[in-house]
Design a protein around this ligand. Structure first.
Ligand SMILES: Nc1ncnc2c1ncn2[C@@H]1O[C@H](COP(=O)(O)OP(=O)(O)OP(=O)(O)O)[C@@H](O)[C@H]1O
Ligand SMILES: [Mg+2]
Length: 368
């Protein structure tokens, strides 16, 4: 069967300059086990992309590779990660996998910001939050002490923190989880990065605060043209906040494309299964229990599709050889060897089977 060549560029919006282009990325553990496999994705300027997939599928390692902060024992095995930032009137591409430690100082925190699930662990408990933000502004933007303080107050206000002047003198333990996450976002955007990576940044927060933080990220994206890579376990969040979605399974991208189309008519059986799980209101880390079977061990090499063992539509050809990510048109790709959509999807997607957010998206899609 002929397979169209993978093309990461296809996923960049026609009007969008790619800020981040990841091509053929492998992250290995212990020098051998491929925990992230041949991942290719792009983010256009001001675009938001959701990265979803069950626990252990390689979302965080992908983000950490982009940030150059892989855990000990993990390294980029192959592939390229290119960050393209504005340098005056021109676009300046930087190959991140080739950066020296010093080179990273000009990128991490300045051109690429990040927020994670547990904000407290990324802040120094013995320094006021104001000091931590002003330090970043002084080092990253070369501001004087007083200019940095003034800017810190502006930034804290911009991320929705009340009485920002007083807040500057508070320590992390004096603030709630939602406030700490806002502080971390203020620090992350303080040097006006082109790309913000949010790895489960709202997972630990209650639903109301979670919605507020997502709103804040959306506003920052619009106002500053930030590209946003949003890792989440929540498809409703993706439906609400992301232009495109990338679905990972067992280290690989199995499907990506515009959020509305993917959620309304998933092309890969795994995405379809995720939507089913979401529709029964039990989305979260229990998807492993709900989709029958287990994913392959991290780094386990299989001859064919890595989802085949759990797939309701698997046929002998699925396990016969490597399965490429096929371009489906409309900026969509799927890693399914079946020549057409899986049998269960030949009928139009049953709107009632979608989660609430998916239903909204499907309804919007239908109205277009
Ligand atoms: N420091 C590490 N040492 C060894 N293995 C690791 C390390 N970090 C991640 N892994 C393994 O790599 C695989 C991918 O991990 P990763 O953290 O990227 O998953 P994830 O998709 O972010 O999962 P989650 O949704 O639970 O955050 C997992 O099997 C994990 O156990
Ligand atoms: Mg993770």
């Amino acid at each position: 069967m002929s397979q169209p060549v993978e093309a990461a560029d296809e996923t960049v919006r026609a009007d969008g300059t790619p800020v981040l282009t990841v091509e053929g990325l492998d992250v290995t553990i212990g020098g051998a086990a491929r925990a992230v496999r041949d991942v290719s994705l792009s983010l256009g300027r001001g675009e938001s992309v959701g990265l979803v997939g069950e626990s252990g599928s390689g979302k965080s390692l992908t983000c950490r590779a982009v940030l150059g902060v892989l855990p000990p024992g993990c390294e980029v095995g192959q592939g390229s990660i290119t960050l393209t930032v504005r340098d005056g009137e021109t676009d300046a591409p930087t190959e991140l996998t080739a950066l020296s430690r010093k080179g990273w100082n000009g990128v991490r925190g300045r051109r690429v910001g990040a927020v994670f699930q547990d904000p407290a662990s990324y802040l120094n408990p013995s320094l006021t939050v104001g000091r931590q933000l002003t330090e970043q502004l002084r080092v990253g933007r070369g501001l004087s002490r007083s200019a940095a303080h003034a800017r810190a107050v502006e930034l804290f206000a911009a991320v929705g923190l009340h009485r920002p002047d007083e807040l500057c003198h508070q320590y992390p333990h004096e603030l709630s989880g939602g406030m700490l996450q806002r502080v971390l976002i203020a620090i992350a955007v303080s040097c006006e990065p082109e790309l913000l990576i949010a790895d489960e940044a709202t997972t630990a927060l209650d639903v109301v605060v979670q919605a507020e933080i997502l709103d804040l990220l959306g506003t920052l994206r619009q106002e500053r043209g930030l590209a946003l890579l949003l890792v989440t376990h929540d498809l409703a969040v993706v439906a609400e906040s992301c232009d495109r979605v990338v679905v990972m399974y067992a280290g690989e991208i199995v499907e990506d494309g515009p959020t509305a189309q993917v959620l309304a008519a998933p092309a890969h059986p795994y995405t379809q299964a995720l939507l089913r799980v979401a529709s029964i209101g039990d989305w979260g880390r229990r998807e492993l229990d709900i989709i029958p079977g287990r994913p392959p061990e991290t780094g386990e090499n299989l001859p064919g599709c890595r989802f085949a063992e759990r797939c309701a539509y698997a046929e002998p050809e699925c396990t016969a050889g490597p399965v490429a990510l096929r371009t489906l048109g409309d900026g969509r790709r799927a890693r399914c060897p079946l020549p057409t959509r899986p049998p269960g999807l030949r009928e139009p997607a049953d709107a009632d089977a979608l989660p609430a957010a998916g239903r909204t998206v499907a309804a919007q899609g239908a109205a277009l």
